[in-house]
Design a protein around this ligand. Sequence first.
Ligand code: PHE
Ligand code: NA
Length: 464
Amino acid sequence: MANENKPIHGIWGSRWVFILAAAGSAVGLGNIWKFPYMTGANGGAAFVMMYLLCIVAVGVPIMVAEVMLGRRGGMSPVNSMFKLARDNGVNSRWAGVGALGALSGFLLLSFYTVIGGWTLFYVWEMVSGALVHASAVEVQGAFEGMMANPWLVLGGHTAFMAMTMFVVGFGVIRGIERAVRILMPLLFALLAVLFGYALTSDGFADAFRYMFAFDIAKISGASVLAAVGHSFFTLSIGLGAIMAYGAYMPREVVTRSGQRKPVSIGSTVLAVAALDTLVALVAGMIIFPIVFANGLAPGEGPGLLFVTLPLAFAEMPLGMLFGTLFFVLVVCAAWTSSISIAEPPVAWLVEKGFSRPKAAILVGLLAWTLGIGSALSFNVLADYTLFGKTFFGLMDFLTINIMLPVGGLLIAIFAGWIMKETQARKELAMKSFGLYMVWRAMVRVFAPLALILVFAFSLWQALA
Ligand code: PHE
Ligand code: NA
């Protein structure tokens, strides 16, 4: 292996494994749960268009930058940034980008596992056949019943956090690599089946129009900010998760004929981003037909996934089987994501001398404790709000809409302005110079400017 600094945490077997792991990180609750309900809450097509724009113009270039910094640094984001700052002769405070990311990851993890817990509960709902032939009202009732029960939500949160830390504690390569190899293809297959079902349903045309008939009047500062934040969240960028995975990415692979081939970051990242976007759009095109065919409200909020899909499964032949399989796969998709969210803080503690299991338990316990606030904000603490948001709402807003874009902004600035150009170019190993220049322009000027404008625009609208 031609790695100058072999990472202490291990290295992916090939470029393909990196794609699987990064796709495992990217494809998660963000695509299947959050994207549809955000679209519903932010005016449909207007949100979808802004989201797609953000992915292409801001998300992908920053994702390339983040993987590049990770592979160059070869360690946890904090220490990678520390090392890169030193190598490039700038203040070591740049390590703060890594620390901010680890903090965002920690906060994000605390509520990601709460939602992960809901998906666990829905596996049970499907297996037990409780929702077979259920009406829209009954399905809604089941969801509200779950939310109202603090013990149930806390139990799911606890179980999901334990699952996450179990894998992270064992090290990522042995556990997660094997799991994603099997589960990701299965998830795609099942999404295709459900998409086929959606195509034949009464609501499909309405759903399609809702998602793609763009209406500029529906754009507000809040919805632009939400689209930017979501594009970071869904691509797993801005907090160092993909930087950490990039650190375990080989620089070269040896082909079957014995030749050494550089592993290009650009094309690899494009594949991951395309996959992530596809899954989100397909999830939307599965969920909205059910919404319109059953007269449900697209703006339902975080419960959208859970009050629509059971309805489809309730009517479908073999619905119990498909429903169970589907929620098992959602659990797995969320699981491979939560693992990657936990990786930066855990890897950092390992570099500080903790054993992996101890580091995982420590991060898990702290995040679990903080997550209690989110778990209870759907029931006993539902009436305690600040700026009209519950504890969960505040955490979600703070991490996804603020911390991830700020992290991404700093990553772009470092990659575009601070890092020596020769280093960046060598690390990226892009085949086309033209494409490299496009990336460079985006990371230096376009992405930072877009982010700053969005912050300014939404602040101005919030104050007006
Ligand atoms: N991208 C994941 C999802 O869409 C969530 C995630 C965010 C994972 C940040 C890692 C880092 O569900
Ligand atoms: Na995603």
